[in-house]
Ligand binder design. Structure first.
Ligand code: AMP
Ligand code: MN
Ligand code: MN
Ligand code: MN
Length: 270
């Protein structure tokens, strides 16, 4: 079975509309999918059903833990949960405040962004660093998105503003309250030592997190082994996804569910 429980649409920072994304997943023979936009479930409004592909409601929440940004994927959430809606209103407000801080930080680097017109043209509910990167490229201030991240927006750069996110515990709670399963997203992307990652997994489990992404896009085989061990130690269910954002990027939709053999796949309970 081909599965993809981590993808993005234009509702956050993906390049395809929710309908185009579903179509793409379908063409990549994905049978079980989730659209997990950053801090919004807008993609699910009026989403059509396609035969042959099951879509589980999902989200990817931004949070902080020990001064780092940690992403928590929520799967099988109740889209009508009023508690979730309130959390997402707060995330949205946090993104708007953060956007102003980012503009300010970029201005100090000699870059200029007109936030009002940027926001006006966005289909996204979740303004984030990729939108700033694209704006800098469009206005000719930076040559490409990769450079924008490397110089201004990537980890540790002035535009990497993370002060506005709720704590990891709160993000997990929002998902659990909405009846979903909280999954530690792309554990390999935080550049943590083994010891720190174990510490994160432990705190995540204690907060009510119940899953971990075994694979997020193509990755070195050694990593899945490490995450498999964490899943065993903390009793996590395992999830897999591509973190697909755009057809032009390196990671395409769909992962083979065989990678989860020997673990407890998150979808078996659904
Ligand atoms: P934000 O949610 O505003 O913190 O933006 C984070 C998003 O930026 C991630 O979900 C990625 O989609 C994107 N991103 C992060 N690093 C890079 C990079 N080096 N190049 C391109 N996109 C990136
Ligand atoms: Mn993204
Ligand atoms: Mn992420
Ligand atoms: Mn993602």
């Amino acid at each position: 079975m081909i599965v993809d429980l981590h993808t993005h649409s234009t509702a956050s920072d993906g390049q395809l509309t929710p309908v185009e994304l579903l179509d793409r997943l379908h063409r990549h023979e994905v049978e079980l999918a989730s659209i997990t936009d950053h801090d919004t479930v807008r993609a699910y409004a009026d989403l059509p059903r396609l035969p042959g592909i099951d879509v589980v409601p999902g989200i990817e929440l931004s949070s902080t833990w020990n001064g780092r940004t940690i992403h928590v994927v929520g799967l099988n959430i109740d889209l009508d949960s009023s508690e979730l809606a309130e959390s997402l209103r707060q995330q949205h407000a946090a993104r708007c405040r953060r956007a102003e801080i980012i503009v300010d930080k970029l201005r100090r680097q000699g870059l200029s962004i007109d936030l009002d017109s940027l926001v006006q043209d966005l289909p996204s509910m979740s303004i984030g660093r990729p939108h700033f990167a694209h704006a800098l490229v469009r206005s000719g201030q930076v040559k490409d998105v990769a450079t924008a991240f490397r110089k201004y927006l990537g980890a540790g750069k002035p535009g990497d503003v993370k002060t506005e996110w709720p704590h990891l515990r709160a993000a997990v709670a929002s998902i659990v309250t909405a009846g979903g399963t909280a999954v530690l997203a792309h554990p390999g992307k935080y550049r943590l030592t083994r010891t720190k990652l174990r510490c994160l997994a432990s705190d995540f489990a204690q907060a009510g997190g119940a899953g971990i992404e075994l694979a997020c896009g193509p990755q070195a085989p050694g990593l899945a082994k490490q995450f498999r061990e964490l899943a065993g130690e903390f009793g996590f269910l395992v999830s897999i996804g591509s973190d697909f954002h755009a057809p032009t990027r390196w990671n395409q939709p769909g992962l083979d569910a065989d990678i989860t053999v020997g673990c407890k796949p998150i979808w078996e309970a659904w």
